[in-house]
Design a protein around this ligand. Structure first.
Ligand SMILES: Cc1cc2nc3c(=O)[nH]c(=O)nc-3n(C[C@H](O)[C@H](O)[C@H](O)COP(=O)(O)OP(=O)(O)OC[C@H]3O[C@@H](n4cnc5c(N)ncnc54)[C@H](O)[C@@H]3O)c2cc1C
Length: 427
């Protein structure tokens, strides 16, 4: 079967590996002329790590990422609200890992080239549209001016799976009325800073009063280039800025936001310094797509961000694409008719992904910071237990994991996954 995959992002490359595991040899068409490790931090949830294990890439993932040990919530003054263990430290069978998006993509690309051959990925090929009939799909391409390999203007395939990201050309053709993303009104500032490791070396910090802005911080590379320092990823959510353009590589000036966390006092990290010392800073609007009512049209289907772009705040975007890849491959191999296979894939995946898109528009577990801001009127507190009792915070997290399809493995109250430093370790 001739299988065309559009887009060599994390989703498209994983699909190529999954199909190869089933004995098929798909071809991936990627618009950029050269794959480079772009982006900043991203999360492999325990279920994403399971997918990587099944692909035989666990060692590579572990070597390139940082184990996620604990997740800590603070108000804008740096006062601790709640803490929770992560991944295998919480009892899930697989670890949660923090990784640079570009490193993850290049790891998958290397595996595709090794397993399927270099010609399995055609670089510099931008899908410009397609037509399908009863026997196949004709896909039109335009060549990138910097392409060094031959780029076909037209390809005939039995099926096409579009994994061409949030600005998917295939999605725009299938759903012209729903091609414009939904803007939340929030701008994301994303940066990386080289600094001394903090806390357990595997902590994700959630800081701030949501009505003013939020900051998320986590390590993505340990002992960066042998320096003993950690490469730390940070994301600032700014509420009151005009919409920025949808370009993952749009650079920003950190001076615009660094002052936002001047009041935050943490004894293990200087937040202002971290922001100002950033190696690179990018701007991106917090956007997603409204959930779609149909992904599969005959011999063509959507996956990953092309099907269900969601706010990256939930840390599920890449992992959902990995799951799509597994399910598409399983259905294509077990169901004879491609159209039926794509329908079955969509039936299994669309309700879950759409639910997550909508859930990510809410606060998720970040709601604990909002509750504290509301109950304290945005002021410092003396005793967090009087503002947000531990049991209340813990039940919010328990419920969130259940909703996200990752029920906490350990619900025994004597061994709760959540904690406050006073109960667990010295802050
Ligand atoms: C450059 C870049 C940087 C990113 N940085 C971050 C980040 O820092 N943090 C984060 O949470 N998420 C980031 N993302 C998004 C994240 O990678 C996805 O949410 C997630 O991995 C799902 O992957 P995907 O394969 O569906 O989409 P993507 O990873 O977006 O991959 C889509 C691929 O399709 C290619 N493509 C697009 N249009 C066409 C076309 N017409 N024809 C052929 N190929 C096409 C793109 O070049 C890209 O390689 C980034 C995406 C990109 C493209």
């Amino acid at each position: 079967m001739e299988i065309a995959i559009i887009g060599a992002g994390i989703g498209g490359l994983t699909l190529a590996l999954r199909l190869h595991q089933k004995g098929l040899k798909p071809r991936v068409y990627e618009t950029t002329a050269e794959l480079r490790p772009l982006g900043v931090g991203i999360v492999s949830q325990p279920y994403g790590t399971r997918e990587m294990t099944e692909l035989g890439l666990l060692d590579e993932l572990n070597a390139a990422s940082v184990d996620s040990i604990e997740s800590l919530y603070y108000n804008q003054y740096g006062q601790e609200i709640y803490g929770e263990r992560c991944g295998s430290h919480m009892g899930y069978p697989h670890a949660q890992r923090f990784i640079h998006r570009g490193i993850w993509q290049m790891m998958l690309y290397k595996a595709v080239v090794e397993r399927l051959g270099k010609d399995a990925v055609v670089l510099g090929a931008r899908c410009a549209g397609f037509e399908q009939d009863d026997t196949g799909v004709t896909i039109r391409f335009t060549a990138h001016p910097a392409a060094t390999n031959p780029v076909p203007t037209e390809v005939r395939a039995d099926v096409m799976i579009a994994s061409d990201g949030i600005n998917s050309a295939v999605r725009a053709q299938l759903h012209p009325q729903k091609s414009k993303p939904h803007f939340s009104g929030i701008t994301l500032w994303r940066g990386v800073t080289l600094m001394k490791p903090f806390k357990t070396g595997g902590a994700i910090l959630h800081i701030g009063a949501p009505s003013q802005g939020s900051l998320i911080v986590y390590p993505i590379v340990d002992n960066y280039e042998g320096t003993g320092l950690t490469l730390v990823n940070w994301i600032v959510e700014q509420n009151d800025r005009a919409e920025s353009i949808e370009d993952w590589n749009q650079k920003g000036d950190v001076a615009e936001i660094a002052h936002m966390f001047d009041e935050c006092e943490l004894d293990f990290i200087n937040v202002g310094e971290m922001l100002r010392n950033s190696k690179e800073v990018y701007l991106f609007p917090l956007i997603d797509h409204d959930p779609l009512e149909q992904w599969s049209f005959g011999r063509v289907t959507l996956m990953g961000d092309a099907a269900h772009a969601m706010y990256p705040r939930g840390g599920n975007g890449a992992c959902q694409a990995l799951v799509d890849a597994r399910v598409v491959a399983e259905k294509l191999i077990t169901i004879e008719s491609p159209a039926e296979a794509f329908k079955a894939y969509e039936e299994e995946r669309r309700p879950i992904a759409n639910r997550l898109v909508l859930a990510n528009r809410g606060d998720g577990p970040e709601v604990v910071r909002r509750i504290v801001e509301e109950r304290t009127g945005g002021k410092r507190f003396d005793d967090i237990e009087k503002v947000l009792p531990f049991a209340e915070a813990d039940s919010i997290f328990k419920e969130y994991h259940r909703l996200a399809g990752m029920k906490r493995p350990n619900e025994n109250p004597n061994e709760a996954s959540g904690f406050r430093s006073v109960f667990f370790h010295n802050a």
